[in-house]
Design a protein around this ligand. Structure first.
Ligand SMILES: Cc1ncc(COP(=O)(O)O)c(C=O)c1O
Ligand SMILES: [Zn+2]
Length: 412
């Protein structure tokens, strides 16, 4: 027996029976609720430290599906490592990196996809549909394949080929929609209403944030239940940020932690509606008509849950950070070249945000900061090095000698 009880409206608090995408009274977003007392007792009976499950399903008490409906590819429980080199040069002792690109399809979206598709099984849906800039499409396509249901995806025409290739390999039927993410959303929504498909968009499916919630559980468990000072999250729709916030709230409610890390919402200069409102102390999310940035996962001009994201950040004492494409690019190059971590620009934005926090003097050198690295670098075309500088030469001979002559070996 699971401990999920029902969906509840985030604005008017109405409890909703069964499954819906929004509140029947006020139209606001819904969130999953649990019998937290019972979940806590179950966690006390079988402590996390004794559990064998090395996926996010080790926290099954606080996830919505019944055990027999779980659709999993082993997602979650990703490494949390210390960045000695980058952290050191920033004067930070506790810069930690959450390697969430080490998920089955290469991004943190697998967490939400695993929960949503498990609920598709529980609710008896035969088709999944969503709009996505790419990673979410890859994730929902993979988990739909795992369950054996149809998957329809609507992507904006700028979506990276790597992500489309991946979704198509999983058997999804893809549609490239001319225009922005909002246009893809309109198309997906139209199809959902017309055919009654299960909508797996990360902005409106109430189960979406139950997945990224486990990022918070894992970070806390990996730090022996001592809250870090900061968790730095790249934000597009805000599903990652809202999930992490909800996870912290639930841990506090069951008494696993005191206090809260401050959540940092990082967005690129070319599309920063939430971070801008946070910095200006405003409650209004001004839509961005033409998002432009190398961080394609963060190009959400009109985030539907923008106000909730703002409240979440403020509630934790966090801040918004705006980073330029150049800063994102440099952070990506640094993660690859100095730590061996190849992530896409949308993920590198979190390190760029961490640097800003330090430069501004918002964070102290003794702070523990966790950057969530959300997606792998293999799917996007951004090369952090100049490929034209790689020599093409015959195996043996003068040209090889000349090329090797430029190498300066170094010993440790
Ligand atoms: C790699 C990566 N990082 C961050 C995000 C932003 O996540 P969210 O839309 O949950 O705010 C995305 C969204 O697609 C992404 O693909
Ligand atoms: Zn309501």
């Amino acid at each position: 027996m699971g401990f999920y009880t029902h969906l509840e409206c985030t604005r008017c608090g109405r409890a909703v029976e069964g499954f819906r995408y929004s509140c029947p009274s006020c139209g606001s977003a819904l969130e999953a609720r649990y019998d937290l007392e019972a979940a806590k007792e179950a966690l006390d009976r079988a402590p996390l430290g004794s559990r064998r499950d090395r996926s996010m399903w080790r926290y099954a008490e606080l996830l919505p599906p019944e055990p027999e409906n779980v659709v999993s590819l082993g997602e979650g429980f990703t490494p949390l490592i210390r960045s000695a080199r980058i952290g050191g040069s920033l004067g930070l002792r506790g810069l930690m990196l959450k390697l969430d690109f080490e998920n089955p399809t290469g991004s943190f979206k697998d967490r939400g996809a695993s929960v949503m598709i498990s609920m598709a099984k529980q609710l008896g849906f035969g088709e999944a549909v969503l709009d996505s800039s790419g990673n979410a499409a890859s994730s929902i396509s993979a988990y739909s394949a795992r369950l054996g249901i149809e998957c329809f995806i609507f992507v904006p025409d700028y979506a990276s080929e790597g992500k489309l290739v991946q979704s198509s390999a999983y058997g999804a039927k893809a549609f490239r929609i001319k225009g922005t993410r909002s246009d893809a959303y309109r198309a997906a929504n139209y199809a959902r209403e017309r055919f009654g498909w299960y909508y797996c968009g990360f902005q409106t499916n109430p189960f979406a944030i139950e997945g990224p919630k486990t990022i918070a559980f894992e970070i806390l468990e990996q730090l022996d239940w001592r809250a870090p000072d900061w968790i730095i999250i790249p934000v597009g729709t805000g599903s990652g940020l809202l999930g992490i916030y909800k996870g912290i709230e639930e841990l506090r409610a069951i008494g696993m932690i005191d206090g809260s890390p401050a959540l940092v919402c990082v967005q690129p200069e070319g599309c920063c509606p939430i971070a801008k409102a946070l910095r200006e102390g405003s409650d209004d999310v001004e839509p961005v008509d033409r998002p432009e940035t190398i961080a394609e996962g963060l190009m959400i001009g009109s985030p539907l849950n923008g106000s909730r994201a703002i409240e979440a950040v403020r509630d934790t004492g966090g801040v918004g950070e705006i980073v330029s494409d150049r800063e994102i690019f440099e952070a990506g190059a640094e993660l690859a070249g100095r730590e061996g971590l190849f992530v896409e620009p949308s993920a590198a934005a979190s390190l760029a945000g961490a640097k800003k926090l330090v430069e501004e003097g918002t964070a102290d050198p003794g702070d523990i900061m966790v950057c969530v690295l959300t997606g792998i670098g293999l799917k996007t075309k951004t090369a952090y090095a100049d490929l034209s500088k790689i020599p093409t030469i015959p195996p043996i001979g003068e040209e090889l000698e000349a090329a090797l002559g430029k190498v300066r070996p170094r010993r440790f």
